[in-house]
Design a protein around this ligand. Structure first.
Ligand SMILES: [Ca+2]
Ligand SMILES: [Cu+2]
Length: 389
């Protein structure tokens, strides 16, 4: 490894699960996170959105997600079988495709109240406004504390984040460290490393945001992060038990409906969807609720703690406004607190992750952003139809 990888990563076999999991980053940045409502110097963040809450008309850039019941999780077997049928014989695949997406079973009836949701992922332009107004410094921009990494060479404890670097030739898919690299100086301002910038990417989703960074933005904007149930309700756009936010077929009329990864993962992206790497927001058709990019492009933080048995532990009957379990546990990396991420990213591939399946789940260490993790926000409010006389 090109950086002090604490012994925990050496002992932990990289999790063979969703591509949201970045064991490397987890190991590098594992440590306590402070409160989510503090700026880096500890002061309270001013709020731009407080005055704008509870308006009856549509908040700018948000769509109303109606209250209602839907079937949550448990992707149907047929689309998964369809994906499996296209795999090359002997090709290693993720546990979801090979053994089933067990952490999103069983599917279950869920009800959520109505709410507003950002129609796009939060963009660099929006996040920059926040950073400028508050002086907020993201986790990736802060120097890791030596006490959090006992035994690590202090010279190597520098701010940075995890970047996807495609290998030159095909690799076995058993070790994500072959395509993930911790890059000093990488952050939301410098997504691919210190030499890169967001100047020409202001309408791209912000990336390299840890959970507390996303929460801090949401609070400033007078919003909050969605629960996992809210996220899935919104992403499905009112379609029941469909495999994708647009229906049951990955392609519609032969065209990709989201920014993902085609070809041999991870070295040879065939770019059939038109975008190599991350894409600007709003490049594909929105779902029926008017939301863009709920599948692919970047993972989106949800407020729920991650456990693989969350759904299995729900009681009988309809789950009403579920907010997730009280704590986190990932058997792949015990002891590392994780929150749910949803939607998959530009690195989702039929060969590796396929988490653009709308009922599937991702997970991320709360202190770890990366080049393919972003978020969008929600806001409580009233049904605009009933609010009007
Ligand atoms: Ca792509
Ligand atoms: Cu994925």
């Amino acid at each position: 490894m090109n950086r002090a990888v604490p012994s925990s990563i050496e002992k932990t076999k990289p999790a063979w699960t969703g591509c949201a999991v970045l064991s490397l980053a987890v190991a590098l940045l594992v440590a306590g996170c402070g409160g989510s409502d503090k700026s880096a110097d500890g002061g309270p963040l001013p709020s731009a959105g407080a005055a704008a809450t509870a308006t009856a008309s549509a908040p700018e850039g948000m769509a109303w997600i109606p209250a209602g019941e839907f079937w949550m999780g448990g992707p149907a077997e047929s689309p998964i079988a369809e994906l499996r049928s296209k795999l090359r014989p002997g090709e290693p695949v993720c546990t979801g495709l090979s053994g089933g997406f067990t952490d999103c079973e069983p599917g279950h009836q869920t009800y959520v109240d109505g709410f507003w949701m950002d129609v796009t992922e939060v963009t660099n332009e929006q996040f920059e406004k926040f950073a400028r107004a508050t002086g907020y410094v993201t986790v990736a921009e802060r120097k890791p504390r030596p006490e959090d990494f006992p035994g690590a060479d202090p010279a190597l404890l520098v701010p940075g984040s995890v970047v996807f670097v495609a290998p030159d030739s095909p690799v076995m898919l058993d070790n994500p460290l072959q395509w993930w690299r911790y890059v000093p100086g990488a952050s939301w301002r410098h997504p691919d490393g210190p030499q890169s910038s967001i100047t020409a990417r202001m309408n791209f989703p912000v990336t390299h945001v840890a959970f507390e960074d996303a929460e801090a933005y949401a609070k400033w904007a007078g919003k909050r992060l969605p629960t996992e149930a809210e996220w899935e309700r919104a992403a499905r756009g009112g379609l029941e038990k469909k495999a994708y936010p647009w229906g049951d077929d990955l392609l519609s009329n032969g065209k990709w409906q989201c920014n993902a990864f085609q070809g041999r993962f991870p070295n040879a992206d065939a770019v059939e969807d038109g975008f190599k790497g991350i894409a600007p927001v709003r490049q594909f058709a929105p779902n029926a609720y008017g939301l863009y990019d709920v599948a692919g492009n970047v993972w989106e933080w949800c407020s729920d703690w991650f456990r693989p048995d969350t759904y299995a532990k729900l009681g009988p009957g309809v789950a009403r406004n579920p907010k997730g379990p009280g704590d986190s546990f990932d058997p792949d990396e015990p002891g590392i607190p994780k929150r749910v991420q949803r939607g998959g990213s530009f690195l989702c591939s039929n060969q590796y992750c396929a988490r653009y399946l709308v009922g599937t789940r991702g997970k991320g260490a709360i202190d770890t952003g990366s080049v393919h993790v972003g978020f969008r926000c929600v806001r409580d409010g009233k049904n605009p139809a009933s609010a009007k006389p």
